[in-house]
Design a protein around this ligand. Sequence first.
Ligand SMILES: [Zn+2]
Length: 398
Amino acid sequence: MPSTLEERYEKVLRSLPDGPALLAQALALEDEYQRLTAKLMRDNGAPNQVLRDYASAPALSGNGKAAMEALAALSNQLCGANPDLPQVLVRWWPERLPSASCAMGESGALIRVNLGMLTHLRLLIHLLCSCLGSITGDEARWGEDRLTVDQARGEYLAMIDEFVGGEPVPLYKTVLVHWGKRERFRRVATLAGLAYVIAHELGHADLLQAASATPGPFEVSAAEPEMISHEAETSADKAAFRLLRALAPLDQDEDLAFAYAAGAASALAIQACLFWFKASHSDETLAWTHPVPDLRLGMACLALGDPEEADRLASPTPRGASSSTTNKRQARIAALKLWLDTVTGVSLFREAALARDLRGRGLSPAQLMTLYVAYGIPVPDKGVSHVEERQAGEARSL
Ligand SMILES: [Zn+2]
């Protein structure tokens, strides 16, 4: 009799050295984060209603089990919105790398979301919410910003330095509190960031289910050729954007829809930052099988924040004149993308990385060509060899 998804998850967790202890430790840190946040809010005289709201599961702050409950609530919501999906179990995974993975087995799909994704997402979105006035060009609506772009970048890059140096992301740095509209935005965007990560993995589960007539044992997704092609990644992204747009339609609430775009784009900016950091600071193999993360970030911004423009770009017919709402949306999305590029250091690291020769670093010829074209770099004399193609083996999952 095939074992249940839950049993499979437990088995994979026990196969990790100290797996169950690491998970318990990471979740205890989450509890500590939530305790500190609640204390900070009480000390600052938050009204009881706000404290109660903050303690509810989807807030990802305020009570001990919030992280577990939030993940379960999110996956139910996402799976409920797509009844064609296989049976799915979504669980936290005790790894610090901000990433996620999907593996198929006989009884369905197991999606593991690294707790590192939550830590990185939380800090980046806290910083983003501190700058919402300048990003949207509407400080009157959001109130005075708490940080300048430079301050936000300083905080984020200090965290990345510690992260890359192997330090745990210090808890106290990520404990920040917003109020009112900004707080609502923070919660929605953080959940939307996680929702994008899960929805992307659900896109893989859907593809894998369709592709494999004979489901194999639970194994890491790297073994599946379907999981490591650009096409598979792009379709998983498209499926994720469809799902997120259904949950937050632009015509119903512009702020909500913008928070969804900001959440998904933040998850991709985190990936882009680490990709370009590694590309610029080392000679290590990049082992990256996905489309370049900042290009995915651009797609996420368009598909979620300005879908009409995304449709126009995809269509061969000439562009129509934009309405003032569309112009406002476009300006906001462009500012969001620029803010993420700047604060996560992507533009800086990318410039340094592109000044080096990225051939022989495990990128496929297609990936290299995409980079040369996207960033206007002349193709090197010797072109792009096929050796790279063979080196591009190992998959990073998201
Ligand atoms: Zn993927």
